[in-house]
Design a protein around this ligand. Structure first.
Ligand code: PGA
Length: 244
């Protein structure tokens, strides 16, 4: 169902002591709101810490990736069922850093989304173009190719995912897409999702979202919230974004 959703992606940051402070501040300062939800996606070892800190709060938690396999001889991998045991609601799949540095292909991303759903997790499927692709005018073709790979595998279950549009050139660079640029891509994605019977899912924007640009992005018709990297590591900044 569509609704405002703001998700923190801590990436490979944190430690027991700083996490305790951050999670404690989030738990203390975020009140349940009917019209918006927040979540944090933390490194695997800290899921148990996030669960303990957040289980009595309206804040959800999740992982930043998940294996496409259910179980077995896959050294270093973590299954969706394992994430579910630690109360995860979400698993990010297809983040551009996984695609760029760890070789996650469109097909692997689709398989990961399917594995997450099989364990009743909500996959947050990331799509986004490189700067060179934007400059070549292929943004729509790239994000639709990435989305179609997932839609083809999920079928009717596509209505149970969250999609995040994250232009690669805007991630961690301080260079955010303009609200118009983001809305344009979101409208393209929304139309494709609607054709697949999934027009009503939350569609998030990610890439250098900060407290001072969140409202203008989230105010656009097809932008339902954000996937927040750097700014999710500070409780006050993250919550200001969530309230935008
Ligand atoms: P950023 O990262 O907010 O630090 O740009 C966003 C993301 O990678 O999800």
């Amino acid at each position: 169902m569509r609704g405002k959703l703001v998700v923190g992606n801590w990436k490979m940051n944190g430690g027991l002591a700083p996490n305790a402070a951050l999670l404690g501040e989030l738990a203390a300062d975020w009140q349940a709101a009917a019209d918006r939800k927040i979540a944090v996606c933390v490194p695997y070892p800290y899921l148990v810490q996030a669960q303990a800190a957040l289980q009595a709060t309206p804040i959800a938690w999740g992982a930043q990736d998940v294996s496409e396999h259910a179980a077995g001889a896959y050294t270093g991998e973590v299954s969706a069922a394992m994430l579910a045991e630690f109360g995860c609601r979400y698993a990010i799949v297809g983040h551009s850093e996984r695609r760029q540095y760890f070789g996650d292909t469109d097909a692997v991303v689709a398989a990961k989304a399917k594995a997450a759903l099989a364990a009743k997790l909500t996959p947050i499927v990331c799509v986004g173009e490189l700067l060179s692709e934007r400059e070549a005018g292929t943004t729509d073709a790239v994000v639709l190719r990435q989305l179609d790979a997932v839609l083809a595998v999920l079928g009717a279950d596509a209505a149970r995912v969250v999609v995040a549009y994250e232009p690669v050139w805007a991630i961690g660079t301080g260079r955010t897409a303009t609200p118009e640029q983001a809305q344009d891509v979101h409208a393209t994605l929304r139309a494709r999702l609607a054709k697949a019977g999934a027009g009503d899912i939350p569609l998030l924007y990610g890439g250098s979202v900060k407290a001072d640009n969140a409202a203008s992005l989230f105010g656009r018709r097809d932008i339902d919230g954000g996937l927040i990297g750097g700014a999710s590591l500070k409780a006050a900044e993250f919550l200001a974004i969530a309230r935008a």
